[in-house]
Write a protein that binds this ligand. Structure first.
Ligand SMILES: NC(=O)c1ccc[n+]([C@@H]2O[C@H](COP(=O)([O-])OP(=O)(O)OC[C@H]3O[C@@H](n4cnc5c(N)ncnc54)[C@H](O)[C@@H]3O)[C@@H](O)[C@H]2O)c1
Ligand SMILES: O=C(O)[C@H](O)COP(=O)(O)O
Length: 526
């Protein structure tokens, strides 16, 4: 049975799902050295933001197949290191969207009405109604930095509260912003014109300290800033100085450059700052959502199924996966076949999407083709995660082409591999109930479902050749399950595709090519 380590607190709903397929150990608060020591025994690791999954931990996790982040941000995982090792990294892109958005809105209202400090003063026995006079958000301008899932929800609610909305997001179209009721502006204008600024961007090299002394200086002295996205997007030292010097009115932070927050000047600022301990996703509902979402993906990957929200399998979102899954199996089978026909080192793989398939996304099919192609060399070590990297490291160039006019089948896929021993091509389609059929080998039309063990010959189409091959295979005790010949002209060159029950015994290929008329023979395992 597989073993899963859960190293941050997650909802029991997730543990229950994992327990269907694995032994689950919940061991939270581990130090990095402790995690490195125990990780070799685990097939999967489930985390939240509390565990830092470094390259060292990934390399120690020799059995790891998947790292599941029960939440959105994967900046605490060395994703490139996981990708190199073929480990799938999944998250829950939407499970805590509402929770995080509502926390940002709660922060905005708390800041504007001084709720945390007013509450604390009443609990101290005071009744101070002067100090805590607030401001309305109605008709004020909210600047949303990052108009993704959380930013959009914040914007929609803020609009309903009568706020005017500005947004900065270089990756969002003006039309999309307008749909949400936001005016798309550059960051400078947003900083200058907003009464409240809320950050909903990932932490990347570009966004680290995007809010710094210079950008803060552009804000109105009455404006407030909220960060429920990631620590490090705001320069905390510059922020503390801006509030203390009265350059801005206040801030609310849920996330910090270093968590848990240690010694910090931020703590010393009074009612103009609100600090929460990374609570954005901490609602009962969100925790159930993310735990189920990620546990289901871990369960699926441990059962050999694909994950729906893998962050390191490009182009493989849930919608694409649903539609393309049968074609990905086709691509992988064709990759295995063409790789074995090509024999030596493959230098170029051409992937051609034909007919209806030509309108589809090609990236997942290219990945699946490469996975099949590299299977001979890497066996189980190649997967959808690392197939691209492994191909690049082996110097395999990939060309994608499309031919929407191909009409032989509704949609078909053709792979051509050129390597040190020559060029071979195979084409396949899904027929009937999405059953894979090989429809062409090296330009010769055939129509056979692939089987685990197959033999292909390139021969001259002449009387007696099938009988001779059949007798030869019989003399080696090889049982033929099916046989089909593909030819372009009568008595010209032809291809024979045989499905056989067992692998061919050693030495038989050389005997096959001695049969008069047979030029080449290839044995493949699919
Ligand atoms: N505090 C919490 O507990 C909590 C909870 C959930 C999510 N988060 C964090 O909130 C953030 C947003 O999450 P989301 O689900 O909305 O993500 P998302 O991917 O849906 O949206 C992010 C948006 O940021 C934009 N963006 C990227 N780089 C940018 C840049 N340089 N400048 C401006 N915009 C840029 C993207 O175009 C995208 O629209 C993430 O950092 C996530 O980790 C925090
Ligand atoms: O990126 C996220 O999903 C949030 O930061 C939530 O983090 P958490 O799971 O540690 O609460």
């Amino acid at each position: 049975m597989s073993k899963v380590l859960v190293s941050d607190p997650i909802d029991q709903a997730g543990i229950d799902i994992l327990s269907q397929v694995a032994t689950v150990d919940v061991n939270t608060g581990l130090k990095p050295a402790e995690l490195i020591e125990i990780i070799p025994q685990y097939d999967a690791l489930m985390i939240r933001s509390g565990t830092r999954v470094t390259q060292e931990i990934i390399e120690a996790g020799t059995q790891l197949k998947i790292i599941g982040r029960a939440g959105v941000g994967v900046d605490n995982v060395d994703v490139p290191a996981a990708t190199r090792r073929g480990i799938v990294v999944v998250n829950s892109p939407e499970g805590n969207t509402i929770a995080a958005a509502e926390h940002a809105l709660a922060m905005m209202l708390s800041l504007s009405r001084h709720i945390p400090d007013a509450n604390a003063s009443v609990k101290r026995g005071e009744w101070d109604r002067k100090t805590f006079v607030g401001a309305e958000v109605y008709k004020k301008t909210l600047g949303v930095v990052g108009l993704g899932k959380i930013g959009s929800h914040v914007a929609a609610v803020a609009k309903a509260m009568g706020m005017k909305l500005l947004a900065y997001d270089p990756f969002i179209s003006t039309e999309r912003a307008e749909q949400i009721g936001c005016q798309l502006v550059d960051l400078d204008l947003l900083m200058q014109q907003s009464d409240y600024i809320t950050l909903h961007i990932p932490k990347t090299p570009e966004t680290t300290h995007i809010i710094n002394a210079t950008t803060l200086a552009k804000m109105k002295p009455t404006a407030r800033i909220i960060n429920c996205a990631r620590g490090g997007i705001i320069d905390e030292v510059a922020l503390a100085a801006a509030i203390k010097e009265g350059k801005i009115a206040g801030a609310a932070l849920d996330v910090f450059e270093s968590e848990p927050l240690g010694e910090s000047e931020l703590r010393a600022i009074g009612k103009d700052i609100i600090l929460t301990p990374h609570l954005g996703a901490s609602t009962t509902e969100a925790q159930v959502n993310v735990a189920i979402d990620v546990a289901e993906q871990i369960r699926d990957v441990l059962l050999g199924l694909p994950a729906r929200s893998a962050v390191n399998i490009p182009g493989l979102g849930p919608d694409v996966l649903e539609e393309l899954k049968p074609y990905m199996e086709l691509a992988e089978t064709l990759g295995k076949l063409v790789g074995q026909l090509a024999g030596g080192r493959v230098e170029l793989l051409t992937v051609r999407l034909q007919g209806e398939l030509a309108t589809n996304k090609s990236q997942p099919l290219v990945i699946a083709s490469l996975k099949g192609l590299l299977y001979q060399a890497l066996r189980e070590r190649v997967n959808y995660v690392n197939a691209n990297i492994e191909a690049k490291e082996r110097g395999i160039r990939v060309i994608e082409t499309r031919d929407a006019s191909a009409r032989d089948y509704a949609g078909s896929l053709r792979l051509e591999a050129t390597g040190t021993l020559g060029t071979h091509s195979v084409t396949g389609a899904l027929l009937g109930d999405k059953e894979i059929h090989l429809t062409d080998v090296d330009g010769f039309p055939i129509n056979v479902p692939p089987s685990k063990y197959m033999l292909f010959t390139l021969h001259r189409d002449m009387p007696g050749i099938i009988g001779k091959l059949g007798s030869l295979l019989g003399s080696f005790n090889v049982n033929i399950a099916s046989m089909q010949v593909g030819r372009k002209i009568v008595r010209g060159d032809a291809v024979m595709a045989l499905s056989i029950d067992d692998p061919l015994p050693d030495g038989i290929l050389a005997e096959i090519t001695k049969v008069p008329g047979i030029r080449d023979a290839y044995t493949v395992t699919l």
